[in-house]
Ligand binder design. Structure first.
Ligand code: ZN
Length: 235
């Protein structure tokens, strides 16, 4: 494995999925850098929580801590200017006439991977890792395997460098994501994920459930709670 093959960039938002992907990457690569996006999300808690997780991880896992490199944050605020989504505007979550929840930010992952590709190019990295998943992602078209495969080709051609997009969670569900975290880092990693990741669309960190913090009723909380319940039942 060449030096470049031994390093990766993880899209790390501070949620359960990207935290699990970060652990996966630290298990696979000698050096791992992280990237978060500030896109004017309504609930800034995600951006704080991701730093808490990055601080806590090396304490619980010193070996991973030695591999953990720089954390980058890029401004993708242009997404907020596009508006009309429950992720950036103060509107209720509902299903739109396109059959997608209005938490869908059109083109978000396309933009994120373009920016990640540019950063990876600058940092001499060719592996980009994201927590996208077709299984229970509300049908977001930019989380689909085909979309990301096409974007991998576009990035490799457009940057004239072989770029690889890895999506370790593509075919798993939330219960499987909890199980993968346990496989990678045992109960300590599960504890970190429950305590220091955030998924709730409403940004609620006032209530701690057995599956982590959140309002308990938004679609993201329901998915996480149901995943935890099925993961526990399958143990
Ligand atoms: Zn919630």
């Amino acid at each position: 494995m060449s030096e470049r093959d031994g390093a990766a960039l993880v899209l790390f938002s501070g949620g359960q999925d990207s935290a699990t992907c970060l652990a996966w990457a630290l298990n696979h690569y000698e050096r791992v850098e992280t990237l978060g996006f500030d896109y004017g999300q309504r609930h800034r808690v995600e951006l704080d929580v991701r730093l808490d997780f990055l601080r806590a991880l090396p304490i619980a896992f010193p070996e991973w801590g030695r591999r953990l490199g720089e954390d980058h944050r890029l401004d993708a605020g242009v997404l907020g200017q596009l508006g009309a989504t429950a992720m950036t505007d103060d509107i209720a979550i509902e299903i739109t006439e396109a059959g997608l929840p209005n938490t869908f930010v059109p083109g978000r992952n396309l933009l994120f991977f373009t920016l990640a590709g540019a950063l990876a190019y600058r940092r001499g990295l060719r592996n980009i890792i994201g927590g996208m998943c077709e299984t229970d992602y509300s049908g977001y078209p930019d989380c689909r395997d085909d979309t990301l495969k096409a974007q991998q080709v576009a990035l490799s051609l457009g940057l004239d460098r072989s770029m690889v997009i890895h999506t370790p969670l593509m075919w798993t569900d939330k219960a499987g994501t909890f199980a993968l975290a346990e496989e990678l880092g045992g109960a300590s990693l599960l504890d970190l994920i429950l305590e220091h990741t955030h998924t709730c669309y409403l940004g609620d960190r006032s209530t701690r459930h057995e599956w982590g913090y959140g309002c308990g009723t938004c679609p993201a909380c329901e998915l996480r709670a149901e995943g935890w319940r099925r993961y526990q039942a399958a143990k």
